[in-house]
Design a protein around this ligand. Structure first.
Ligand SMILES: C[S@@+](CC[C@H](N)C(=O)[O-])C[C@H]1O[C@@H](n2cnc3c(N)ncnc32)[C@H](O)[C@@H]1O
Length: 276
């Protein structure tokens, strides 16, 4: 692994691929809103960077329809295999295809109407350089649209629930220790501008859990479980009373409701612009 290819902190396990699908389900409305507002339309060709198990590519495939096409690229071969299976299952194999490659290595004379991605720029050593590289794949007037995240929030619950707040802080801590900026959503304007792009439109939304049915508990539990090897590597531990097992979501839910708290998930950022 060279300096240009930092490891993906959440790993490549069945658990992580399952987590990506859960996350994709929770975030779909926001990603769809960002992509449509950015201008994604029927018939367009789209490049999805860091496509994982395919959620954003499949969503883009639904938007562009059978007259459009989507190429998802990811360096994780197991994730790409799962993404291909999901495209086939959804009857979208003709529209949505996937390629195993590191973003640093993708070359060629491909041309697209849009370059998109979700939770991928934050994992790059030099996100502006990656963005600049892929804007060269765009036609004039092409769309650049990214959905990123901010995992920093000093008061994510009220009344304060230490178990939730400490779990939330741990996400940011392990990302930081791994060299991945947990507040990347806040850096989108600078990243776009450093990539030579026009200043983007940016929108941020917060997802709030205020009842036991909220998906935030499963999401937090799955994230902490995927991060367990990274936590161990960094000498970090789950908040006291929590174990990285199947009961984790329930333990979080109980802790939050014992306190009668309302909790917040990570802030979701959408940023988009067009090539001159
Ligand atoms: C958090 S996942 C997001 C997956 C997908 N975009 C989604 O929202 O469901 C990040 C993905 O980016 C991929 N990735 C990160 N850096 C990469 C790189 N330099 N080249 C190719 N893939 C990369 C990882 O393998 C992982 O599948």
């Amino acid at each position: 692994m060279t300096d240009d290819h930092p490891a993906y902190v959440l790993g490549s396990t069945d658990l992580e691929h399952h987590r990506l699908m859960l996350q994709g389900h929770i975030l779909r409305p926001w990603t769809e809103r960002f992509l449509r507002t950015a201008g994604l339309r029927e018939g367009m060709s789209v490049l999805d960077l860091g496509s994982g198990v395919g959620d954003v590519s499949l969503l883009a495939g639904e938007i562009v329809g059978p007259r459009g096409r989507v190429l998802g690229v990811d360096r994780d071969p197991t994730a790409v295999e799962k993404a291909r299976g999901r495209a086939a299952g959804a009857g979208l194999s003709d529209t949505v295809t996937f390629e195993v490659t590191a973003l640093e290595d993708l070359a060629g004379s491909l041309s697209f109407d849009a370059v998109v991605g979700r939770f991928v720029l934050l994992y790059q050593r030099d996100p502006a350089r990656i963005l600049r590289k892929f804007t060269r794949f765009l036609r004039p007037g092409g769309i650049v649209a990214f959905h990123e995240i901010d995992l920093t929030n000093e008061n994510p619950s009220w009344p304060p629930c230490p178990t939730w707040d400490d779990s939330y802080a741990l996400l940011a801590e392990v990302y930081r220790a791994h060299g991945t900026p947990p507040d990347f959503g806040r850096r989108l304007n600078r990243t776009f501008v450093d990539a030579g792009l026009p200043g983007p439109e940016i929108e941020a939304v917060g997802i709030v859990g205020a009842n036991a049915g909220s998906a935030l508990f499963d999401w937090m539990a799955h994230s902490l479980r995927s991060l367990e090897p990274a936590l161990q590597e960094q000498g970090l531990a789950l908040p006291s009373g929590l174990e990285p097992d199947e009961a984790l979501a329930e333990a979080l839910r109980e802790a939050v409701f014992e306190q009668g708290s309302q909790v917040m998930g990570p802030i979701q950022y959408g940023a988009w612009t067009r090539m001159p």
